[in-house]
Write a protein that binds this ligand. Structure first.
Ligand code: NAD
Length: 465
């Protein structure tokens, strides 16, 4: 089939590349000329494992092309996917639909033969109705269909998520559109992906309800981790214990920083706005949003207490600054709240991220970037493991810093605090203290005694070295 993706960002580029890999002819369109020029030269604008290869392969095979010419791209395509951003409005919590509506207006001026217009962007319920109204002002209803086909891919796992989705949701209102979309997705359906047909409004709401539910799961376990910290219980045990219940499921139950990224923060706010508009109270999601916002303050106070209430002039290293591993996306990353707040309190921040330096931090005083883990943690008083990149999972904690006493705040629970403490104490080279997010550092009275004895020995041997 001939497809056109309008908006060549995380969703448009990944789904466009994957559709072309499934044998379709795809044109990815963007208003950002620079992005299009770079893509034509093989320069991929985002960090997404496996994307580079799939784009190059299909570009060479001429199944995938890039353009900023909307007119020509629409003319050549049967199905037009809207993949532009839907950020939160500046002055309210609603989704800003201006990009989507601008695309709808542009399309309405260009349709000459039958087209299916599909929203892949996450849009509030009834947006499909509004797009239909806009287009029908200029084009006969016989010449187009508007379909909702929300995208569920996760950054960092986007190719796999697109090629092997848990489900594909399509909200089409005519048989012609239903048949065409099912045909388009048939290679994925035949590999076992579930295909759900629903009304257009249901499809739109399924996306928001999914994201709100996942955000709720994360917030739930984060709050449970706060309780765990108070009562010396390892939150990882709780995650496993409750996750084994099939009704709950183990995913999205890892305690850590506040949820961030380009979807959950904006989508939770947007669904609450939609519900408010229809005078329906989504009190659970409202609490989730509030709890998530408070989490950053809570983590700052935790960092303060780890540093014995002295943040001023302390050197703090952030390992990873993106909201999750395997992506370069900084949108709504918790580090954007944590780092500026620590600087205000007088800290010096040095950070390392596998996806490189971040422009947003280069503007901040007392924030520096290091191009290796080793450089980043030299002379650090506190190392904050902010993002769960694989390369942070096997650090040599004995040689990690030049400082004699330093601490590690393992926000992602990559290390077992009990094991690490035992290791350090027995070698007795340095006193490293690992602060595991939401976990008991010491599990029982016996362990407290053991660790205390080892700590005393450790201090003694340091004096006599
Ligand atoms: P993005 O910001 O990465 O990309 C959007 C692109 O659209 C940009 O390149 C921009 O230049 C382009 N654009 C804007 N207006 C345009 C126009 N009139 N013509 C041509 N191009 C235009 O956004 P994204 O992260 O890909 O998200 C797109 C949508 O998909 C959002 O609604 C988002 O909520 C949803 N979504 C995102 C993800 C994700 O992981 N990023 C996952 C699922 C769904």
């Amino acid at each position: 089939m001939k497809l056109c993706m309008i908006g060549t960002g995380y969703v448009g580029l990944v789904s466009g590349a994957c559709f072309s890999d499934l044998g379709n002819k795809v044109i990815c369109v963007d208003k950002d000329q620079n992005k299009i020029n770079n893509l034509k030269k093989g320069i991929i604008p985002i960090y997404e494992p496996g994307l580079d290869e799939i784009v190059k392969r299909n570009f060479i095979n001429k199944r995938l092309s890039f353009s900023s010419d909307l007119n020509n791209s629409i003319k050549k395509s049967d199905i037009i996917f809207i993949c532009v951003g839907t950020p939160t409005k500046k002055r309210s919590s609603e989704a800003d639909l201006s990009y989507v509506m601008n695309v709808a207006k542009s399309i309405s001026k260009l349709i000459k033969t039958y087209k299916i217009i599909v929203t892949k962007s996450t849009v509030p319920v009834t947006t499909g109705d509004d797009i239909e109204k806009i287009i029908s002002k200029k084009v006969s209803k016989k010449l187009f269909d508007v379909v909702s086909n929300p995208e569920f891919l996760r950054e960092g796992d986007a190719i796999r998520d697109f090629m092997y989705p848990d489900r594909i949701v399509v909200g089409a209102m005519t048989n012609k559109a239903k048949k065409t979309l099912k045909n388009l997705y048939s290679p994925l359906i035949s590999k076992g992906s579930k295909y759900l047909e629903s009304s257009r409004r249901s499809a739109e709401l399924i996306k928001y309800a999914s994201n709100a539910f996942l955000a709720t799961k994360i917030t739930f376990i984060n709050e449970i981790s706060n309780l765990c910290e108070k009562i010396n219980v390892d939150v990882e045990d709780i995650s496993i214990g409750i996750g084994l219940d099939k009704r709950i499921g183990e995913r999205f139950l890892r305690a850590g920083p506040a949820y961030g990224g380009s979807c959950f923060p904006k989508d939770t706010k947007a669904i609450v706005s939609t519900a408010d508009k229809y005078k329906s109270n989504l009190s659970v999601i409202k609490s989730v949003i509030k709890s998530n916002e408070q989490r950053n303050f809570l983590l700052i106070s935790k960092i303060k207490s780890i540093l014995n209430n002295k943040i001023n002039r302390k050197k703090i290293t952030f390992l990873g600054v993106t909201f999750k591993a395997n992506t370069d996306d900084m949108r709504d990353s918790p580090s954007l709240k944590l780092i500026p707040s620590l600087i205000k309190k007088g800290a010096f921040i040095n950070y390392y991220d596998p996806t490189g330096e971040k422009e947003i931090f280069s503007k901040l005083k007392n924030v520096t970037f290091s191009s290796s883990i080793k450089e980043a943690i030299k002379f650090s008083d506190l190392i904050v493991i902010h993002t769960e990149w694989n390369e942070f999972k096997q650090l040599n904690l004995k040689k990690i810093s030049n400082k004699k006493n330093y601490k590690i705040y393992d926000l992602r629970n990559l290390y077992s605090p009990v094991k690490m403490k035992k290791k350090k104490m027995s070698k007795c080279t340095r006193c490293v203290s690992i602060c595991h997010q939401g976990a008991a550092i010491i599990k029982s009275i016996v362990q407290i005694r053991e660790v205390f004895i080892k700590k005393v020995k450790c201090i003694f041997s340091m004096f006599y070295q």
